[in-house]
Write a protein that binds this ligand. Structure first.
Ligand code: PNS
Length: 162
């Protein structure tokens, strides 16, 4: 049983992320989508909402679970008995940071590999940040996130206006 961990901030989970989930399941028997608090990025949505939306967005995949994690990723990966880390790579601009993280994680964990997967071209420009910006200005969201995420973002921004 090969277990993969797909970590991220998921603020919120997009169709690009679920595309990576689908691809990961071709390589791993089980996948844990691991949602990090990530105070460095000051996420918009509270962690419980990000976990809940990731659960909703991945509900049609078998062998996927979603949970929050705190602390070092490599320690979390070991605690779950997982075999590898998965990260999506969209463009060259992602590369440098991802390269740093993967090598750092391998250095501190010893032999823990990171697998990089490319999303479908149609999501290669998609980020959680541009989805939030669209939502903030009332733009269309359904091509980029699942309906439940779109609804939650709209509610969030409507609420923050009142
Ligand atoms: O979706 P993101 O924001 O690119 O995800 C970044 C994340 C959460 C994977 C990264 O910040 C992380 O691994 N955080 C946990 C703390 C940690 O282990 N840091 C050392 C590796 S850089």
């Amino acid at each position: 049983m090969r277990i993969g961990v797909y970590p991220g901030t998921f603020d919120p989970i997009t169709r690009g992320h679920t595309d990576i989930v689908a691809r990961s399941l071709q390589l791993f028997d089980r996948l844990i989508v691991a949602v990090a608090p990530n105070p460095r990025k000051e996420p918009l949505l509270p962690i419980n909402d990000r976990v809940e939306l990731a659960q909703i967005a991945t509900k049609n995949f078998a062998h996927v679970e979603v949970e929050a994690f705190n602390g070092l990723l490599v320690e979390y990966v070991h605690s779950r008995g997982a075999h590898g880390i998965i990260r999506g790579l969209r463009a060259l601009s992602d590369f440098e940071h991802e390269f740093q993280m993967a090598l750092l994680n391998r250095k501190i964990a010893g032999q823990l590999e990171t697998v990089f997967l490319m999303p479908s071209e149609e999501y290669s420009y998609l980020t959680s940040s541009i989805v939030k910006e669209l939502a903030m200005f009332g733009g269309p969201l359904e091509d980029f996130v699942c309906p439940e995420v779109a609804q939650r973002l709209r509610q969030w921004y409507d609420g923050s206006k009142s």
